[in-house]
Design a protein around this ligand. Structure first.
Ligand SMILES: NC(=O)c1ccc[n+]([C@@H]2O[C@H](COP(=O)([O-])OP(=O)(O)OC[C@H]3O[C@@H](n4cnc5c(N)ncnc54)[C@H](OP(=O)(O)O)[C@@H]3O)[C@@H](O)[C@H]2O)c1
Length: 186
């Protein structure tokens, strides 16, 4: 089995909604910064983190921010024949992405693997034995969404705290939010 560890990162509101009409339902700059800092990380010289995403998440990123900079952008799609312009890799399943990223020549180039959405990519990643942590920004608001974060199985995951991450409730433009970390139980 691969020795990769998958870290999920998402923001979800009260109904666990993550998206609406192909975009984010809110603008929280501090959360966007958190997303960029966490998923980019601080890899050693010569390495980068990987950001794996579904096709709709790739196209939901404004073109000027694609590819996510300083990260290896991996897009999942069963219908695309060629990788979207600007992305580094296209795979037709999470398993084939993991298989490729686990190769020794790729291991030399990559540091951490981050799953950045959307719904079904989160689900299959969360069910994987390689899943390590879920960084979930809980947005305390009722917002209509059409895309949702899958249910977190509390038999398999538990909440942890990380001294490097502010776990207090914060507020921006009237929206309250909190950075939560779920870790897979051993
Ligand atoms: N709040 C957040 O943290 C957050 C994070 C990310 C995205 N979002 C939002 O979520 C929405 C987009 O997410 P989404 O769930 O609708 O779509 P998505 O997962 O980004 O993309 C769905 C497409 O990706 C491909 N795909 C998904 N899983 C796959 C797999 N296991 N293997 C191969 N291909 C796979 C399929 O493409 P084909 O049809 O081509 O096969 C599928 O139709 C947007 O509104 C976005 O703003 C929010």
């Amino acid at each position: 089995m691969s020795n990769l560890r998958l870290n999920l990162i998402a923001a979800a509101c009260n109904n666990m909604g993550i998206g609406v009409n192909g975009t984010l339902p809110w603008t929280i700059r501090k959360d966007m910064k958190f997303f960029n800092v966490m998923s980019t990380g601080n890899p050693p010289e010569g390495k980068q983190n990987v950001a794996i995403m579904g096709k709709k998440t790739w196209f939901s990123i404004p073109p000027k921010f694609r590819p996510l900079k300083n990260r290896i952008n991996v897009v999942l799609s069963r219908s695309l024949q060629e990788k979207p312009e600007g992305s580094q890799y296209l795979f037709d399943s999470l398993e084939s992405a993991i298989e490729h990223l686990s190769k020794p020549e790729m291991q030399k180039e990559i540091h951490e693997v981050w799953i950045v959405g959307g719904q079904s990519v989160y689900k299959v990643s969360m069910e994987s034995p390689l899943c390590h942590r879920i960084y979930l920004t809980k947005v305390f608001a009722d917002i209509e969404c059409d895309t949702f974060f899958p249910e977190i199985d509390m038999e398999r995951f538990h909440l942890v705290s990380d001294p490097a991450i502010n776990g207090e409730t914060q507020e921006e433009n009237g929206l309250k939010f909190q950075f939560l970390i779920y870790e897979r139980k051993l």
